[in-house]
Design a protein around this ligand. Sequence first.
Ligand SMILES: CC(C)(COP(=O)(O)OP(=O)(O)OC[C@H]1O[C@@H](n2cnc3c(N)ncnc32)[C@H](O)[C@@H]1OP(=O)(O)O)[C@@H](O)C(=O)NCCC(=O)NCCS
Length: 184
Amino acid sequence: MELVDPHVRFHRSFLEAYDELAAAGQERHAGLPFFGSGEPLGPEFTREAILTPDGFASMVRLVVGAKNPFAPRPAGWVPWTELWMAEGDEYLGRITLRHELNDALLTWGGHIGYSVRPSARRRGYASAALRDMLQVAWARDIDPVLVTCDVDNVGSRRVIEDAGGEYEDTREGKRRYWIPTTVG
Ligand SMILES: CC(C)(COP(=O)(O)OP(=O)(O)OC[C@H]1O[C@@H](n2cnc3c(N)ncnc32)[C@H](O)[C@@H]1OP(=O)(O)O)[C@@H](O)C(=O)NCCC(=O)NCCS
């Protein structure tokens, strides 16, 4: 597995992964950026919207550009770096680093979020991706990072604790951990 920039070559595989997530009731982890109703900034990226090469390309352009603080992004979102887990042209999952914390991220979302497609789980990919993303955070002078998981998310909790997460507290059903990036 390698972490790569999002790219249009993953179109077919990304859709397959989306369908796996949807079958598991986990579409919200597919990472389609949404702009919310009434936002003038851009389209809403539904599965239907990314079926065409042009639609997928515009989503890829948005997530690649999201690290630019001046790029358009959904209301309430901060700039983020998004990388995809891949093997060749096979999309396996995604990981994002939010460059700063707002109130919602401080309570709930944290700096880093990740998901692995169901058919690729339990192979160490989330753990490896998190380790690599800690380096990216360190390079951006973000230290430590906040990473959270639902209280009942056993897999994610294991990933965070294996990466050296120091538990702070639980807020609104989220276990909150700080991970130093200097030792990532
Ligand atoms: C949580 C998730 C990212 C884990 O991804 P993964 O690639 O399967 O995780 P890893 O293979 O790196 O697993 C790390 C450890 O957790 C364990 N683990 C993973 N999933 C587990 C599960 N469902 N139950 C128990 N243990 C689990 C692994 O066995 C491994 O243990 P080890 O360190 O002893 O080897 C993945 O299940 C997922 O995408 N879930 C939906 C999205 C999500 O919850 N994202 C996190 C939001 S905070």
